[in-house]
Ligand binder design. Sequence first.
Ligand SMILES: Nc1nc2c(ncn2[C@@H]2O[C@H](COP(=O)(O)OP(=O)(O)O)[C@@H](O)[C@H]2O)c(=O)[nH]1
Ligand SMILES: [Mg+2]
Ligand SMILES: [Zn+2]
Length: 299
Amino acid sequence: MDGTAVIVDVGGGGVCHALLGTETIRCRPRKRLLRHRELTSSILAVGDRVAVTLLPDRTGVIEEIYPRVSVVSRKAAGRVPREQVLAANLDQAAAVVSLREPDFKAGTAIQLCVGARQGGMEPLVVLNKADLGTPEEVAAALQPLRHAGLRCIATSARNGQGLDELRRLLLGRWTLFFGQSGAGKSSLLNEVCPEAGARTQAVRAIGKGKHTTSGSRLHALPGGGFVVDTPGVRVFSFWSQPGEDSVAGVFPEITRLAHGCRFRDCVHLHEPDCAVKAAVARGEVDSDRYRQFLRLTRR
Ligand SMILES: Nc1nc2c(ncn2[C@@H]2O[C@H](COP(=O)(O)OP(=O)(O)O)[C@@H](O)[C@H]2O)c(=O)[nH]1
Ligand SMILES: [Mg+2]
Ligand SMILES: [Zn+2]
């Protein structure tokens, strides 16, 4: 049986696993495919749709990699910048952040959501470790994100809070879990998908740049749908500068005000008669939000 398969994980040398129908098979790409894409970017990514030929030993040969409809990439560490595709062709991306350990930062959540939008995935904020604070602290953390029109939920992999809601949001969809190391991605995955058996890390290792998830991996949810768990990263840096539209979407209050700036191409930094700066000065736009906006647009 030949056909279209979905990449489940990618190992060294292009050896990977793919889901063909209901069977997970070991695959290898044709050599010519390795030459086709630039060496700086991931040739194969989790979620890629591929055409495979099945060999008699039930391993597969990847004949073709279909164009990606959505993709979230980050800049991989190293001297030569390289694009690391976290996942392709998913429809939503959950920015998993924690209230504490590591401490919540609205800017990080916003940045991840912009990255999701930029890549064509619908963002969702999952504020985990809600058990480490009061309901008031959770509400205060989510307030600016909700204000920005982002869908947010608070969860705890420890006491089960919000997990039913999370399961509902994941049902029947293809979702990426990404974000800072230690926020609880693997723990949440294990809750919604008990067969995943994802390894989680000890709290004391957090912040030392270690991670226990070696690569992205696609997991099937019991009720339908898929989740991709990704290795946590200390800092998420975009592969490409986010476009205006992706940023505008999560800063609606700033985008609205920008219509009132004197210059159409105002970047709200040093220009005269800037409606955004004026609103910040009057306290009508939160100065943290303004700084986050500048950080994402000025690079
Ligand atoms: N208190 C608390 N700890 C959690 C929660 N979720 C995960 N942890 C702990 O946080 C650490 C990191 O979790 P892990 O799932 O490996 O994070 P990942 O790096 O994002 O995959 C582990 O020690 C977990 O036990 C939670 O909801 N509450
Ligand atoms: Mg993990
Ligand atoms: Zn302006």
